[in-house]
Design a protein around this ligand. Structure first.
Ligand code: KIV
Ligand code: ZN
Length: 566
């Protein structure tokens, strides 16, 4: 045997003179078919029991899937019983079609028809493998032998189907899969399917579903799309068929394969929730549907409560949804990087300020609310987070609207802390840092009492404000201070200067109301320049807006003195 990668046979592309699919767009939802209860179930370490299958079936119906492959009833007694339980228990809604899989072999086909007795809407899905490799390695047959199996199966299914429909009034439709389509020569795939169309008697009014599986994903999605386009263009009775896809995910590109396959002419997709299924899984219906949703194409499936879908899926299959799974994983609405956080922050603000009708938030391809997720955990804080992240958390979680100029200062405090603890920190820890740094700062200076007086005539346009109060420097006795100015902040500055607290200049100020518990207070942010020319912030919170400001000034001065000491 050859060594390393040389032992593999590269995929042989279909020869196409031209192709139309690259210029197309997905403009409408395909017919969805879930194979969770069959392909998905057969791939589970512990297959679902009856109760779990019924719960999964119900979930699929709730999502809006109208065609559900419920099993392989001829292959196992459990699958047979599950189908009977669904039919006899009246669990199948009138607008839902159950699909049953069967190999194109006589005794299995007969058993399958026993299993579906009494169902109103059924798709009998039969298959045989057609690929070059399977013909050579598994069946030892040429293509004619493979076509014979398919045609014989089709004839028997047609006969049993017509008999059952006449007897019970059931609506029985047919699906044929040339299994391993992706490894079948294009002309052979067309030939077997055309012969099946003829044998089953399909026409434009009674279409057969021709399901083109990439049973083992073997090429880049563009080459698969070529295969689908070739098939659609060369099938003589194209009008008699609904073209379906059944992509597996061996190369990790099942979603792209399905999307390009739809561009190439497929009208139906078989897949599973979260891409469960044999080996690397089937195509993930949720990702496909939500990809459409974010392109303004209604997927006609309801994932508005994705949390419930995930919960039922994880419980019934005992599988876990990875944290980075598109649209659903725990971390997919989370931004760690500072620049991402900042952009999300700005996007959110833009949405609010502009009143745009569209979702225009960078780094979030979907509004988390559309899948029933919370917006709060979008920003998480670790040492990679930028200045905007901490401010975002303060705003979102606690209602503090830190002025822009303060973001770098507080961001640095948070980043240093994250570096020290070496992990992501919670929103409460961010608040704790804020509290320690700006709210609980007790000295060296603290006000013991304070009062403001306005001086001047009643309608004086610019009255003078006088501040009077007592200030304490650590354990020393409080001293009286007084000062006048053109406003509360100015008068307080002048009062401080009177007792030697000088050299600080006022740079900027902002304030807003904040609800703390059931209480409404004012919070003010004061930006000062220290005597050394360093800019820093102080925060003051009070019922009284003037007092909030002077607390903010003292906070900034105290922080500046504390920084000098360290
Ligand atoms: O993957 C596959 O080819 C299948 C067929 C039975 C449709 O599951
Ligand atoms: Zn499959």
């Amino acid at each position: 045997m050859k060594k390393g990668c040389e032992k593999y046979i590269p995929f042989e592309p279909v020869k196409m003179a031209s192709r139309d699919w690259p210029d197309k767009m997905i403009t409408k939802a395909p017919i969805w078919c879930s194979v969770d209860l069959r392909d998905g179930n057969q791939a589970l370490v512990d297959p679902m029991n009856l109760a779990e299958k019924l719960e999964m079936f119900q979930l699929l119906c709730d999502i809006g899937i109208k065609e559900i492959e419920v099993g392989f009833p001829s292959a196992s007694d459990t699958e047979y019983e599950i189908l009977r339980a669904l039919i006899d228990g009246g669990h199948i809604p009138p607008d839902v079609t159950v699909q049953v899989l069967v190999q194109a072999r006589e005794h299995l086909i007969r058993k399958t028809f026993d299993a579906i007795e009494g169902a109103k809407n059924v798709i009998v899905h039969f298959y045989n493998s057609t690929s070059k490799l399977q013909r050579k390695v598994v069946f030892g047959k040429d293509m004619d032998g493979i076509i014979d199996i398919a045609v014989e199966g089709a004839r028997l299914i047609r006969a049993l189907g017509e008999e059952a429909a006449a007897r019970t009034g059931a609506n029985i439709r047919y699906e044929y899969s040339p299994e391993s389509f992706m490894g079948t020569e294009p002309e052979n795939a067309v030939a077997v399917c055309q012969r099946v169309i003829e044998a089953i008697g399909a026409d434009a009014q009674h279409k057969i579903i021709l399901n083109l599986p990439s049973t083992v994903e073997s090429s880049t999605p563009n080459l698969f799309a070529d295969q689908v386009e070739y098939f659609c263009k060369n099938l003589p009775s194209r009008e008699a068929a609904i073209i379906s896809l059944h992509p597996h995910n061996d190369r990790g590109t099942a979603v792209a394969t399905a999307e390009l396959g739809m561009l190439a002419g497929a009208e139906r997709v078989e897949g599973t929730l979260f891409g469960n299924g044999e080996r690397t899984g089937n195509v993930d219906i949720i990702t496909l549907a939500l990809n459409m949703f974010t392109q303004a194409v209604d997927p006609k499936l309801d994932f508005s409560n994705i949390g419930r879908v995930r919960e039922v899926y994880e419980r019934t299959t005992k599988m876990q949804v990875p944290v980075r799974h598109p649209y659903v994983g725990d971390l997919v609405f989370t931004a760690f990087s500072g620049s991402h956080q900042d952009a999300i922050n700005k996007g959110e603000k833009y949405m609010k300020d502009s009143g745009t009708e569209y979702w225009e938030v960078p780094y979030l391809p979907i509004d988390p609310a559309d899948v029933g997720r919370e917006y709060e955990p979008v920003i998480r804080i670790n040492s990679q987070s930028g200045k905007g992240g901490a401010a975002f958390v303060m705003n979102k979680n606690f209602g503090y609207d830190l002025p822009k100029a303060m973001h770098p200062e507080f961001g640095r405090i948070v980043k240093n802390y994250c570096d020290r603890v070496g992990r992501e920190i919670s929103a409460d820890e961010v608040m704790e840092l804020f509290r320690k740094e700006y709210i609980d700062i007790a000295g060296p200076y603290s006000l013991v009492s304070h009062k403001f007086f306005e001086e001047g005539e009643i309608d004086d346009a610019a009255p003078v404000v006088r501040f009077e109060g007592m200030i304490k420097n650590n354990g020393a006795e409080p001293v009286a201070i007084t000062g006048k100015g053109n406003g509360p902040i100015d008068s307080f500055f002048n009062a401080l200067a009177g007792v030697g607290i000088k050299g600080y200049s006022f740079v900027n100020y902002s304030e807003h109301a904040i609800s703390i518990g059931s209480d409404a207070k004012a919070v003010s942010y004061i930006q000062l320049a220290s005597p050394e020319g360093k800019n820093l912030f102080g925060v003051g919170i009070s019922h009284n807006i003037n007092y909030a400001s002077i607390k903010g000034i003292l906070c900034a001065i105290n922080r500046s003195l504390a920084a000098d000491k360290n």
